[in-house]
Design a protein around this ligand. Structure first.
Ligand code: PGA
Length: 250
């Protein structure tokens, strides 16, 4: 299975997001081989879930609160996302960690909330440029995985997806300079083993950070790269379609 997950961040107005979702719902692809999910701005989520009904395209939340319900102004919980029809939720995206100051402990609580709400978490991890340059990459990734997953009851490999997104490689919030395929291969192997030691399963691992229709094949053809989490290149119909065409060829 190849995962093509589209993180639309805060890039699209509601009418633009709905239009793009409509087009994505009409994409032709083998859903046994490729899994597409759209993570739209929260304000568009219900409308998009409605639009995607009857198609093979799933949807997810870009972020969730860890507590199910209550007096939490501005928050949307994993439970509310699940009730609205979300299948997935991004947890610990680097923009949440570094712009909104979410901690590893917050990330753990969100993973727990997703599992309780029966929504599949996409745990995002990644090192900063400084951690990479000082040789602390593996240590940081291991720490993020351990805090998020230690003694977490995850019953099967598909109940958790991991996304490796080096903070520096993300367009807009990072440098936009993509990670080399050689590095991605090495890091994915490391993540696979660390996660397996924690949960006992081989979880799908996606790469994210400046993925485009030009470089996507160089990642998807690597061992242990089960898909991609794409931001800006998934927000235009032509490049979204080209990404899908590349996945179809794998
Ligand atoms: P990008 O974002 O593809 O725009 O670099 C990826 C992500 O942050 O999920």
């Amino acid at each position: 299975m190849t995962y093509l997950f589209a993180n639309w961040k805060m890039y699209l107005h509601a009418d633009e997001a709905l239009e793009l979702a409509k087009q994505a719902a009409g994409f032709e692809y083998d859903s046994e081989k490729t899994k597409i999910a759209i993570f739209p701005p929260m304000i568009s989520l219900s409308e998009i879930i409605n639009e995607l009904k009857g198609s093979n395209v799933s949807s997810g939340a870009q972020n969730v609160a860890w507590t199910p319900m209550g007096a939490y102004t501005g928050a949307t919980s994993a439970l509310l996302a699940q009730k609205a029809g979300c299948r997935y939720a991004l947890v610990g995206h680097s923009e949440r960690r570094y712009v909104f100051h979410e901690t590893d402990q917050d990330v753990r609580k969100k993973i727990e909330a997703c599992i309780d709400a029966n929504i599949t978490p996409v745990l995002c991890i990644g090192e900063t440029k400084q951690e990479k340059e000082t040789g602390e990459r593996e240590e940081r990734l291991k720490e993020q995985l351990e805090i998020a997953l230690r003694e977490m009851d995850i019953t099967s490999s598909d109940d958790l997806i991991i996304a490796y997104e080096p903070v520096w490689a993300i367009a807009g919030s990072g440098t936009g300079e993509a990670c080399t395929p050689q590095d991605v291969e090495e890091v994915h192997d490391f993540i696979l083993n660390c996660a397996k030691a924690l949960t006992g399963h081989d979880h799908p691992i996606l790469y994210g950070g400046s993925v485009t229709s030009e470089n996507v094949v160089s990642y998807l053809s690597l061992a242990h790269v089960n898909g991609v989490l794409v931001g800006s290149a998934s927000t235009h119909v032509d490049s979204f379609k080209s990404l899908l065409e590349a996945c179809n060829k794998i």
